[in-house]
Design a protein around this ligand. Structure first.
Ligand code: F6P
Length: 362
């Protein structure tokens, strides 16, 4: 099976997925494993449930057969966690929970397992965790994932395209009810503090209003716009709203706070708020639809499959070239790496949206 029997400096490579799941994770795991086995005859170790696998010692060898037929599968065969941070891991001591730095334990365990380098697939939380472990002489290559597309340093993350396809499909479907019932449909999409999913799915679906965190909106302006449309005979409107959107002078809506997560804030609820307010002010019938985690599920789009495969392959190649503790990125169509720790307003798509009559509420 091995095409190049030259003894690599990395004999055993670890692979892990951290943070929220996202379409394309398995495609990267497959690409890393197959490249490592086929091209370099390495042993591949899957670290289970993100950094938890290193902390609680849960790993398993990945053989060729383990990663066959997973290219199109959503989720991650390795499991993930967005709570385990090796620099601040909650432990019970004398009946109390206290935060401990368990990075040394992780480094020792990786050494015991013979792991020479780890491909860490994740978002900013995972990359900062990896950067912390790199200080303990562990070797990482990061691969950027998130449906939010909000990682600094790369033009695109895998998972984003699939989320946009899912959100656009939902917006297209909501159109039927909006036009049949003459309603204002407010559709909330994910994206955390970034409006990329809303902007792309909003423009792709021809939404009448797109509200994103980068442009705080004026409610009156949105209400006047949907009323005017109604008067002109367009008796429905579609509003795409990012979960992080906020009114000018207002705050993002926090759905819940997860104490032991590196990023404890969970946003959500803006669609219901806006639908209620527009209905009160315009007397037009409004409904809210929250897409939620369906944007993170299912098979990755063909675009994400190819992006994930090229990221995974490139990560192994960069390690073999001697690159250490860097993040694989794609910039202007080219793959490159940036330091692990290096982890948007008048975008041309905003201009295009405006040119076709969409308003941004400001
Ligand atoms: O970062 C991906 C993401 O889906 C965000 O868009 C969303 O705000 C968040 O994760 C939801 O997190 P959880 O799965 O913990 O509810």
């Amino acid at each position: 099976m091995a095409q190049n029997r030259k003894r690599p400096k990395i004999n055993t490579i670890g692979v892990m997925t951290g943070g929220g799941d996202c379409p394309g994770l398995n495609a990267v795991v497959r690409a890393v494993t197959k490249t490592a086995i086929n091209k370099y005859d390495m042993t591949v170790v899957g670290i289970l449930d993100g950094f938890l696998g290193l902390i609680e010692k849960h790993v398993r060898e990945l053989r060729y057969a383990d990663v066959s037929n997973i290219l199109t599968e959503g989720g991650t065969i390795l499991g993930t966690s967005n709570k385990a941070n090796p620099s601040k891991y909650p432990m019970r001591l004398n009946g109390k929970t206290c935060m401990r730095d368990v990075r040394e334990n992780c480094a020792r365990y990786a050494q015991e397992m013979g792991i020479d380098a780890i491909v860490a697939i994740g978002g900013d939380g995972t990359m900062s965790g990896a950067a912390g472990l790199a200080q303990m002489n562990m070797v990482f290559m990061g691969v950027p994932k998130t449906i939010d597309n909000d990682l600094v340093g790369t033009d695109i993350t895998f998972g984003f395209n699939t989320a946009v396809v899912t959100a656009t499909d939902a917006l297209d479907k909501v159109h039927s009810t909006a036009s049949s019932h003459h309603r204002v449909m407010v559709v909330e999409v994910m994206g955390r503090y970034a409006g990329w999913i809303a902007l792309h799915a909003g423009v792709a679906s021809g939404s009448d209003v797109i509200l994103i965190p980068e442009i705080p909106y004026h409610l009156d302006l949105v209400c006047d716009f949907v009323k005017q449309r109604s008067r002109r005979g367009k008796r429905f409107s579609i509003i795409t709203v990012a979960e992080g959107a906020k009114e000018k002078g207002g705050k993002m809506i926090i759905k819940k706070t997860i104490k032991d997560s590196p990023d404890p804030i969970r946003l959500g609820g803006i669609a219901h708020k806006i639908a209620y307010e527009i209905e009160q002010k315009t007397k037009l019938e409004c409904r809210a639809v929250v897409l939620g985690h369906i944007q993170r599920g299912g098979a990755p789009s063909p675009f994400d499959r190819t992006l994930a495969t090229s990221f995974g392959h490139y990560a192994v190649e960069q390690l073999m070239l001697g690159k250490r503790n860097r993040l694989v990125v794609r910039r202007r169509g080219e793959l490159a790496t940036v330091p692990l720790t290096q982890v948007a307003n008048n975008h041309p798509l905003i201009q295009a949206g405006k040119a076709v009559g969409t308003i941004f509420g400001a």
